[in-house]
Ligand binder design. Sequence first.
Ligand code: HEM
Length: 461
Amino acid sequence: MTDTDTSPPVAAPPATARTSPPSPLPGPRGLEVVRAAVDLKRDPLTALRRAAARWGDAVSLPIPPWRLVLLNHPDHVAHVLQAGAARYGRSPNYAELEPVIGKGLLTNDGASWRRQRRIAQPMFHRRPLVAQLGPIVRRATDDMLADWRARGDAVFDVVRDTHRLALRVAGLSLFSRDLGGQADQLARALAVALPFVQRRTESIVRPPLWLPTPSHVRFHLARRALDGIVQGLIDERRRAHEQAPDLLGRLLDARDPESGAAMTDRQLRDEVMTFLLAGHETSANALAWALHELSRHPEVARRLAAELDHVVGARPVTVDDLPRLGLVTRVVKEALRLHPPAWVIERLALEDDVVQGHRIPRGSIVLLCAWTTHRHAAFWPEPDRFDPDRWADGVPKARLAYFPFGGGQRQCIGEEFARLELELAVARVAQVARLEPAPGHRVRPCPGVTLRPDRVLVRAR
Ligand code: HEM
């Protein structure tokens, strides 16, 4: 399926042809369920990996009030996202994101989602992206490198810088506005809002948001700050009566094919918020993880610099050089394999299904965990090793052994955007700077709405 295909998924046979009656899924029973619940809350990445190692490719985790099902095999991932997608809908946990991003493309569904996706899609084709993104990423990366130079020998946290870079790139390319000045304000608001919604997805009790509890008040203040930034973007464009050829322009000009009506203010706000957040938070974390790996693997960083020297020479790398920079592509792919920012995709089983001879009951929440599938030993030799050269022969044995951008009709609309941004930023950094990890510092993965490194402390040379 191509990324422009927004037709509804076709009905498909169950993942595994049924010869005998389906059996229940393996998984923890009795007291083991309590332990699994505690582990999952404390350290979900390790808990899910252990569950797959112990019970296999399809595991039932009946943790009240949910019936979670972890599907770890690439064929199962393909079944849920592609061939059998009609049997699965958005997980109810996506609704917890709605107080922040509303009903934008990520949380929307059905005919309204299809219409909105068609409106946005042309902005994300490779050709317009290549023309437009190159100079924006170059400038944002060069500004980041200038900041690093000004810091001299000091240790600093790369995560803050990559968030500013990705926010500037998203702001300039999607809304023609440099949001660098608002990066700290946005980061502060997101540091409250995203953990808040994540905690709600993990809680059995979800009190209504109008209750004035201290955490609700903090959340509402954070949301107001985010709304202020987004509404500012929309109001400024309307006041200026400009016709910018960007995503915001396209959203403002879009008319319903039947009624001829423009998007409502609410829909417009939700789409802008969705693209602003989805368009920078994931890329920022991916870039931070890639730079972390380069700082830990100086031999790869040296080879990257040599490749750039050979292909590009002394001039600054451009987006047109990327097709000839194989190692750059492999470094980004491998960083996304080991540290997929969208570390888990959830779906709700709308009807009973059968996977690998096991019954998935209607109402189950299916977890497709890129973190674990990207480490599946049958598809990835030495799965924990950062080894960009594993990509030298092309694609993995099964297509959805690797799905950092999801799959099927809900595949990330910004995949090409993110790849270009990441490859160009990594290449430019490798051309100019060498990163050294701060001695003794261990980077901790924080699996929330996205998979974020807590801090990546380095020195730049
Ligand atoms: C490394 C960066 C990125 C990663 C890892 C990533 C990952 C993903 C994944 C896995 C999904 C599918 C979620 C699901 O099926 O439930 C998704 C959807 C989405 N992404 Fe990305 N993304 C990235 C960058 C971007 C960028 C740069 C943009 C926009 C400029 C963007 C916008 C979106 C939107 C709007 C959706 C919802 C699409 C739909 O449901 O139609 N993403 N992303």
